[in-house]
Design a binder for this molecule. Structure first.
Ligand code: PMT
Length: 400
């Protein structure tokens, strides 16, 4: 996807600039020609020599070369590029871009760029969350700049939160997606995806759960995001990394998952309910670890809320896709869920089918709506996700 593409890599003064070296290398390995523009402060974080060696091009920092007076034309740079990627982008540079300030070569090049522009913000969590930064990011998005969401985790300050620059490999994937027009077909749409298993506590050390790894739901979130959609991934506990461009909302119990989904639903164009949600939860959660006695014991369970059915009642013109995990009477049970929960279509997978269901990297599914049933062969979960998203797209087109 990046072979022969001209990419300007803009680097600003952030500790995350050390990742720009890996990013540059990945872009060059993918076949792109890379020219690096740095702000003066960026040179304090990573040397021009490193970036010149990796990009195989001289580094541009000043408007002219002080030794021979040669002019570094931001206009011709802006015209040369197919993509201007600023990674890391500090709060300061984001603010200047949002208001059109042009006091260094990196910024004048931005104002001259006719190509796709993407930024990967990097800053401390409070700076990222600040209303001014969020306002500036919203302005840049409105101006057509593609924002590669920062990740959450430990920051250089020692604080933990959202603000870490996305990982270089994820940035490359997002830049590739910018060049893939098919993948941008859901730009401007927002979706909610549930994934993973819920956890219903019995006491402080025990819980009821199931075998879902989250792989199927995460593949769906990735597929939707790769086509340009805004994705909220409401996730039970998993060991998986958040896919690039996806916002994860962590939950544990079915009730927490239901609350998160109900809050997000009004903002969404659709939802895919892939999580394996507990249908029952302990009626009472013991405050202390339950001690064993001599005899048997039983735990009283009460029903959880059905999240898909709850969203289905408030569906309006939105798209609702569900899953059915069955072990018998597959078709009858799936059709019953499709109707009861007011879904547009349901994805049936059966534990009786080899390569389908929990934990593995593959699935075997049938896509069932009110009129039709399509049986898909064994595929990777990501390929299954793409087929599901294809069907979602065609229904959305019909609805509009
Ligand atoms: O996570 P993996 O290891 O990759 O495994 C993937 C998977 C097997 C979990 C996935 O493919 C799948 O089948 N997910 C749905 C599992 C399930 O709970 O199915 P169900 O038939 O019990 O539920 C029907 C639908 O109602 C589902 O969309 C479910 O998310 C939803 N539901 C169920 C109960 C509840 N209280 N609220 C719900 O929203």
């Amino acid at each position: 996807m990046l072979k022969g593409k001209h990419i300007i890599l803009g680097i600003t003064g952030s500790i995350a600039a050390y990742k720009s070296a890996v990013l540059c290398r990945l872009l060059v390995s993918a076949g792109a020609e890379v020219k690096v523009v740095m702000t003066p402060l960026a040179k304090q974080f990573i040397t021009p020599l490193t970036m010149a060696t990796l990009s195989k091009n001289p580094i541009l920092v000043d408007f002219f070369n002080p030794e021979n007076g040669e002019w570094n034309s931001h206009v011709s740079l802006g015209e040369w590029a197919d993509c201007y990627l600023i990674a890391p982008a500090t709060a300061n540079t984001i603010a200047k871009m949002a208001s059109g300030v042009a006091d260094n070569l990196l910024l004048t090049t931005y104002l001259s760029a006719r190509c796709k522009v993407a930024i990967a913000p990097a800053m401390d969590l409070d700076m990222y969350a600040h209303v001014a930064t969020q306002r500036n990011l919203a302005q840049l998005k409105a101006d057509g700049v593609y924002v590669i969401e920062p990740g959450a985790g430990e920051l250089a300050s020692g604080l933990v939160g959202k603000g870490r620059m996305a990982e270089p490999q994820d940035i490359v994937s997002e830049v590739e997606a910018l060049f893939d027009e098919k993948k941008k077909s859901l730009q401007g749409k927002s979706f909610l995806v549930t994934a993973g298993a819920t956890i219903e506590p019995i006491d402080p050390v025990r819980f009821i759960s199931n075998h879902s790894s989250g792989k199927m739901g995460y593949a769906l979130a990735e597929s939707l995001a790769a086509r340009g959609a805004k994705v909220w991934l409401v996730s039970g506990r998993t060991a998986l990394d958040v896919p690039a461009g996806v916002e994860r909302v962590d939950v544990l119990s079915a009730e927490q998952m239901c609350e998160a989904c109900c809050e997000l639903w009004p903002k969404c164009d659709g939802a895919v309910m892939c999580a394996a949600v507990a249908d029952y939860t302990p009626a009472v959660v013991a405050e202390q670890k339950i001690k064993k006695g001599d005899g048997d014991m039983s735990i009283a369970l009460k029903r959880t809320r059905d999240i898909a059915a709850t969203l289905g009642k408030e569906k309006g013109s939105r798209l609702l896709v569900g899953f059915a995990m069955e072990t018998e009477n597959e078709m009858t049970n799936a059709v019953s869920k499709l109707q009861r929960k007011n879904m547009d279509f349901i994805v049936l997978n059966s534990l009786r089918q080899a390569g389908a269901g929990f934990r593995g990297d593959t699935n075997v599914v049938s896509l069932i709506d009110a009129e039709s049933r399509v049986d898909l062969p064994l595929m990777s979960k990501r390929e299954v996700a793409d087929k599901i998203v294809d069907k979602m797209e065609s229904i959305l087109e019909e609805k509009n």
